[in-house]
Design a protein around this ligand. Structure first.
Ligand code: LIP
Length: 261
């Protein structure tokens, strides 16, 4: 994709992430009107997710009708080497529906298996994280870098978990992390945790299985902020997910061992 085409898509992604985030935030403030639907244990959704995804899809289709779209709520068979948008309209849905202001909009763009754009918008604190391939990562327009901590004892590592994997897999990771002098946090939004790694707030993020729409934007943010990640997109991760490891170069080897990579 040439620079001009990428620029136009970057402008759309940031404009649309803000619009979807503000739309969802109005529903968040009025969440008592939302019916909570249970897709399974620890897996909830509401019309807020669906309507925010519809808003994002309409904006993308209007501007780039030939681009593919894969979203958490409506899915999509995203194949081929053309541009594909990978979107999570509300990442941290459980928090959203519980009234906990820890959720975000995540929009990524890939082409030929490479992540070109990553935009994460948290309307609760008006934080917009943006990365474009080869152009660095920014938070509200200011450059961000991963942590320069030399030890796991100098910060917190995000650890995600879902019912898609056995509890033992997450317990084992936490056990090894604590034994190494680290400490963990789980906030229910893989996208936000990855954005925090990119901003140097977390030392890293580990999850035994995460979906593409939850993490692709965050992966690019971390890489453009000087961090390292596993090869998440190997296999058919775009549709079936994979484990995720994102951290700093200094802590990568130790966290990879703790995470079982
Ligand atoms: C969430 C992910 C998180 C995972 C949660 C949930 P959602 O996405 O961002 O990493 O641990 O179980 O899947 O469902 O809030 O969009």
């Amino acid at each position: 994709m040439d620079a001009s085409a990428l620029d136009r898509r970057l402008q759309l992604a940031t404009r649309t992430a803000r619009a979807a985030g503000r739309f969802a935030h109005r529903l968040f403030l009025d969440r008592d009107t939302l019916e909570i639907e249970h897709k399974g244990p620890q897996d909830v959704v509401s019309r807020a997710d669906r309507e925010a995804e519809t808003l994002i899809r309409r904006a993308i289709t209007a501007a780039f009708p030939r681009d593919g779209i894969l979203g958490e709520e409506e899915g999509g068979e995203a194949t081929g080497d053309g541009p594909i948008w990978v979107i999570d309209p509300i990442d941290g849905t459980a928090c959203f529906l519980s009234g906990i202001p820890v959720w975000c909009v995540s929009i990524a763009l890939i082409e030929a298996g490479e992540i070109l754009l990553g935009v994460i918008y948290d309307p609760n604190v008006e934080e917009l994280f943006v990365a474009a391939k080869g152009r660095g990562a920014r938070l509200n327009g200011r450059p961000i870098r991963v942590s320069d901590a030399a030890s796991l004892g100098h910060g917190t590592v995000g650890v995600g978990w879902s019912t898609r994997v056995p509890a033992a897999s997450a317990v084992a990771v936490v056990d090894r992390l604590l034994a190494a002098g680290g400490i963990f946090q789980r906030n229910g939004s893989g996208a936000l945790m990855l954005a925090y790694v990119a901003a140097g707030r977390l030392l890293g993020y580990l999850e035994p299985h995460i979906n593409s729409w939850d993490c692709l934007a965050g992966i690019l943010l971390v890489e453009e902020a000087g961090g390292v990640t596993n090869d998440f997109l190997s296999g058919d991760a775009l549709h079936t997910g994979n484990p995720i490891l994102a951290t700093t170069p200094a802590l990568h080897e130790e966290l990879a061992t703790i995470g079982g990579f």
